[in-house]
Ligand binder design. Sequence first.
Ligand code: B12
Length: 320
Amino acid sequence: MTSIIDFSDEPRYTIKAVSVQTGIRPVTLRAWERRHDLLSPHRSDNRYRLYSERDVAVLRWIKSRVDGGISISNAVTELRQMTRNGIWPDAVPAAPTRTLSKPKATPEKYTHWLYDALINHDEDKASDIMKELHASFDLITIFVRILSPTLIAIGEAWYRGEIRITTEHYASNFLRAKLMSLLQAYPTRRNAPYVQLGCAPTEQHELGSLMMAVLLRSQGFRVEYLGPDLPIDDLVDYASYEFPDMIIMTASTELAAFEMRRLKEKLDQLDPAPQLAYAGSVFDQDMKVRKMVPGLYLGDNFEQGIELVREVLKVKEPLS
Ligand code: B12
């Protein structure tokens, strides 16, 4: 971990550049400076504020405290007390940037390369491909046009007996691990609509749910990913004192979907009752199942799912 004091204090960045790097709007930055005497950025010849790498690191740290539920004045006081005693906090890692470079190939070509690397258990190659994908495509394109088709091709190859089950497990676990790292690379937040995601009882297919968790967290939601095969009673008990705004469950079988009826009944007894939303292949394929399960069906694709979550949780502006 690098300490904030290790960053350069040479004036370099305009307020706009700092806003892009930290996700703090210029108007908020100016207000923090004015009201809390937080930073005194250098002024250029034409009186523009210029911030250093260290200023950016301080702002990221302050923002992580505020996102964690601490008031801005307490966060500033905390920082002052630490620095007065010669202690500088560790720098908070930046959220993954999304400045995309021109892709070397089409999503279809990448799907083919990733499939090949995974069925040959070539982890280095698969990791390199994932790095390239992250540098060249937005998350939706990676998930919908590359990872999902790769998984489907692997499922089909397994079904036809062309690859062993061990290889299918290897590939899905590799992708699960990459998705978890991606999820953890985005900052966790406190002051944002709170969504818990996971899979219905008996359901092991968790990658769709995990992808949605990454997408929502990348958009600024407070997200907790709970994993596969969740027991209803424990989930409801957890929700009774964590107060999520929404719980999203996925299912690929009728058995798993029907368990959600019981979940809805129990959640409705809570006050406030979280919104129950669901998705997954069994709902996509069978309208009868959707009719039988109360709650909000998020649709068969992530874009529509995100739109509906934003609508129901009344998020109009981008969350930062
Ligand atoms: C990986 C995998 C597994 C892994 C899962 C690992 C993990 N950690 O998730 C493991 C090995 C555990 C597994 C187990 C089984 N599997 Co499996 N599995 C797959 C595979 C290869 C990929 C699934 C996947 O992750 N797809 C990627 C996701 C993103 O795609 P998706 O689920 O289709 O989701 C789309 C939409 O539903 C939607 N969506 C999904 N989630 C969400 C969430 C939100 C919020 C929103 C808005 C949208 C959304 O968006 C996606 C993109 O369009 C598929 C092959 C295939 N054709 O899909 C088989 C497949 C799904 N499995 C299958 C089967 C039969 C099983 C088992 C019963 C096998 C067995 N005999 O044990 C068990 C069931 C276990 C259980 N009880 O759940 C069959 C299902 C057939 C059917 N329709 O009934 C498939 C299709 C394989 C096949 N060709 O036969 N499996």
